[in-house]
Design a protein around this ligand. Structure first.
Ligand SMILES: [Zn+2]
Length: 458
């Protein structure tokens, strides 16, 4: 049996294992990860120095944050050839999306809600685990026999609408699949979430996808196009990623396309943390991830209660150990067994929602735009550290920015506004006024999170 099949068989068994057998897998993998981190990561060696030698129970390990890991990137990584500067340079070239840094690491960047730009590496073992989880757990959950038949009848064509130009998760994974087997390019098509809706509609209509993936808000915009008759495609399966899918949006997509809707939960830190079983729950891949729902004081939260954040431990990735990492999402752990029969813990994710923006076109039309692509567009402007877009009227947007050291704030603000305005112009919204704001991005006073898009006039 090859390593790949052994891994798939283990994922299959773990999904049916009793909680004790599952916990044992986690413990063995955690001990190995912690030992590796102590030996090869200067950051963790320091943080864990006072813990004494030998295995340490999870709850005694200190919590880490994105800000401190990114600040000490070169001390954090376990491969001495990897540097923050090297990764950043690699990631800046759009040709590198889906290619491997140093020939062995997939690079992902985040459009994060924490306001800290981040670079993440997935090593080969982590990508092998991702593949096994997809094959054994995610695909069978998504693909009921009827759906499989419909997908095959549609030529197996899969369209994905993601932010492009930088290595965001969705685009990177799709590009990687095509790089690995170029013949797939006929069946897999990446569309830019930055393209005007009319172009997306035309492209998707011509491609006739049997599967469609994208951010919840992009899918919502496309569902309206379909409902109003401008888009006419018939995907059997629609996948959400990157944003929280609200029940309303799910219903809108289901009814517009008559499709099965599947909702994943992942992050650049771990591409698939939980999967949609089709019975209303997302099950954590608890053999390869440890997810701890906690309150504001980092104390465990009981099942059924909403957490303030979650601590993530990724058991597969060695190059950037993610151990008790404050991910920032609020979740609710399902207290009762899921009707699908899976014994993997089930969660509801309650964070990560953005509003669809509605602009008034000169002819009185309402133009709906998904928020995340606009954010990625501004984030890609040199000098931008974090961004918050505030729609103040149906024809005005303010751009709040934090800039990186060594960049002129006024210049960066002008560049960002000009880029956003050019983009709106492509959508027939040249009359929308885009202005750089004096103020900086403001965090939600309750959650401390940065909502990247705010609609201030409703
Ligand atoms: Zn379930």
């Amino acid at each position: 049996m090859t390593g790949r099949w052994r891994l798939a068989a283990d994922v299959w068994r773990a999904g049916r294992a009793d909680p004790r057998a599952l916990a044992e897998r986690r413990r063995v993998r955690l001990d190995a990860l912690v030992a590796h981190a102590r030996r090869h990561s200067r950051f963790y060696a320091e943080r864990y120095a006072s813990l004494g030698p030998g295995p340490v129970p999870l709850e005694r390990l200190p919590v880490v944050t994105k800000a401190e890991l990114m600040a000490r990137f070169d001390d954090w990584v376990t491969d001495p050839e990897v540097t923050r500067r090297g990764v950043a340079e690699f990631a800046a070239d759009p040709e590198h999306v889906g290619r491997e840094y140093l020939g062995r690491y997939l690079v992902l960047t985040t459009s994060g809600t924490t306001g800290i730009p981040a670079l993440f590496l997935q090593d080969r073992p982590a990508l092998d685990v991702l593949e096994a989880l997809t094959l054994v757990r995610v695909a069978p959950g998504m693909l009921a026999p009827r759906t499989v038949v419909a997908v095959l009848r549609g030529g197996g064509r899969a369209a994905a609408v993601w932010a492009t130009g930088r290595p965001y998760g969705g685009a990177s994974l799709l590009r990687r699949q095509i790089h690995r087997r170029p013949s797939r390019a006929k069946r897999l098509r990446l569309f830019s979430a930055l393209d005007p809706v009319e172009e997306l509609v035309a492209g998707l209509t011509a491609f006739r996808p049997a599967m469609l993936s994208g951010y919840a808000t992009v899918l919502a915009v496309l569902a309206r196009e379909q409902r109003e008759g401008r888009l006419d495609i018939h995907p059997a399966l629609v996948n959400n990623g990157g944003e929280t899918l609200t029940p309303d949006t799910r219903r809108l997509i289901e009814s517009a396309f008559g499709a099965r809707v599947s909702d994943g939960y992942g992050a650049s830190e771990m591409i698939m943390i939980a999967y949609d079983c089709g019975h209303g729950s997302k099950h954590v891949h608890a053999d390869w991830a440890i997810l701890e729902p906690v309150d504001a004081d980092l104390r465990p939260v009981a099942p059924g209660e909403r957490s303030t954040t979650v601590l993530l431990t990724v058991l597969a990735n060695r190059v950037q150990p993610v151990i008790r990492y404050d991910l920032g999402d609020a979740v609710v752990l399902r207290p009762d067994p899921c009707p699908c029969g899976s014994r993997l813990p089930a969660i509801d994710v309650v964070g990560r929602t953005n509003d669809v923006l509605h602009f008034a076109a000169p002819d009185g039309r309402d133009v709906a735009m998904a928020p995340l692509p606009l954010v990625t567009l501004v984030e890609a402007v040199p000098g931008v550290r974090s961004v918050q877009l505030v729609q103040t009227t149906p024809t005005a947007v303010e751009v709040r920015l934090d800039t990186l050291p060594g960049h002129d704030r006024t210049q960066v603000g002008d560049d960002a506004s000009a880029r956003l305005h050019a983009h709106l112009t492509r959508h027939g919204l040249a009359a929308v006024e885009v202005t750089p704001a004096e103020g900086h991005p403001e965090r939600d006073p309750r959650s401390g999170k940065l909502r990247q898009v705010l609609v201030g006039h409703r």
